[in-house]
Ligand binder design. Structure first.
Ligand code: SAM
Ligand code: DTB
Ligand code: SF4
Length: 362
């Protein structure tokens, strides 16, 4: 029989997949913060396959167990060292392999960074994230980097940096300087990763994450969807994150911003149909929320070209953090005016609550 709307389930019952509450549970397969770190790919596949409304319902339930339902955290990004990066990440405007026309710049002066941080604070941001187009920081830059961290922290802002790979002593120095978060993304599944980057291995990324953890900083780790990967890759990507020894406190989900002159950007621009479907994007956010219930799920790059409706669905699916301002690192962002209007329409407010995963980790 032709079933244009799919097979109805016998009793119209919602499909409930065991979604553990965030409270501490005694079980040897849970991470030491009480959350599951033993998710299987099969379980994550089942979540992705749920009817969309069941998936959103479960994600919203998981969200409300740990987070203030109408609060969204605001962070501001600044590129402290732009362009000329020796890595070949196929999405990135700042790679020396890209023909994006971006001019390579030197590391910014500390004072200029502090001016930008003060502006971010005045515009309501609670966290200031500084990014450098490096494979890894050079030891000779560490004094300046640490001065940026302590200066921004002294303004009462939370600090985050993303500088590429870190050695153990570098991670320790950053922690001592007061760095709250280190952002280092896995970007995709272990299988798809090699299609995107060849100059840095997945394992090297995992090693840096381990050093960040050992130094006592909070981990910000996520990736990009819409790079031409399959759902299997999105499953593998979230599976890797959700089975780390502890969930990252912050999980940025970026939608590929197609930048001309980059391998992946050019492909997306030429083959319009490879753009990720909005519903599939929302599903990815929802599965991140369910599998990592206490983490902040950050709706990161790609909001500029996302409709208000899709963003609202992402918030319903459990996203509770965004970057504000007109610019990300080099690409455009939704802008403060658009965000203020969206918050007003949705009744959202900037986050004042504590982050549950960080509180639990202390
Ligand atoms: N160089 C450092 C590194 O890669 O570790 C830090 C900066 S890098 C720009 C931070 C993250 O931004 C990347 O890992 C990637 O997930 C994201 N990103 C970069 N370009 C992007 C793009 N065009 N679209 C979406 N996300 C992007
Ligand atoms: C992350 O996952 N997304 C942010 C942050 N971490 C550093 C960066 C997005 C960059 C988007 C492309 C650009 O601005 O060049
Ligand atoms: Fe360099 Fe980071 Fe861009 Fe990769 S994502 S090319 S490491 S700046």
């Amino acid at each position: 029989m032709n079933e244009p709307f799919g097979h109805p389930r016998p009793h119209g019952e919602p499909v409930i997949v065991d979604c553990p509450p965030a409270e501490k549970m005694e079980s040897d397969f849970r991470g030491n913060d009480g959350l599951r770190t033993d998710w299987t790919r099969e379980e994550i596949t089942v979540l992705f396959d749920l009817p969309f409304l069941d998936l959103l319902f479960q994600a919203q339930q998981a969200h409300r167990r740990s987070h203030a339902p109408n609060e969204v955290q605001l962070s501001t990004l600044l590129s402290i060292k732009t362009g000329g990066c020796p890595e070949d990440c196929g999405y990135c405007s700042q790679s020396a392999f890209a023909k994006s026309g971006l001019k390579a710049e030197k590391l910014m002066d500390v004072d200029a960074v502090l001016v930008a941080a003060a502006e971010a604070k005045a515009s309501g941001s609670g966290r200031f994230c500084m990014g450098a187009a490096w494979r890894e920081p050079k030891d000779r830059d560490m004094d300046k980097i640490c001065a940026m961290v302590s200066g921004v922290k002294a303004m009462g802002l939370e600090t985050c940096m993303t500088l590429g790979m870190l050695s153990e002593p570098q991670a320790e120095r950053l922690a001592e300087a007061g760095l709250d978060y280190y952002n280092h993304n896995l970007d995709s599944s272990p299988e798809y990763y090699a299609e995107v980057i060849t100059t840095r291995t997945y394992q090297e990324r995992l090693d840096t994450l381990e050093r960040v953890r050992s130094a006592g900083m909070s981990v910000c780790c996520g990736g990009i969807v819409g790079m031409g990967e399959t759902r299997q890759d999105r499953i593998g990507f979230l599976h890797t994150l959700a089975t780390l020894p502890a969930h990252p406190e912050s999980v940025p989900i970026n939608a590929l911003v197609p930048i001309r002159g980059t391998a992946l950007g050019d492909r997306l621009i030429e083959e319009q149909n490879t753009r990720i479907d909005d519903i599939e994007f929302v599903r990815t956010v929802a599965v991140a929320r369910i599998t990592m219930p206490r983490s902040m799920v950050r709706l990161s790059a790609g909001r500029e070209s996302m409709s208000e409706t899709t963003q609202a669905l992402c918030f319903l699916a459990g996203a509770n953090s965004i970057f504000t301002g007109d610019k990300l690192l080099t690409a455009g962002n939704a802008g403060a005016g658009a965000d203020a209007a969206l918050f007003e329409k949705l009744g959202l407010v900037p986050m004042t609550s504590e982050e549950p995963a960080r509180v639990a980790a202390q």
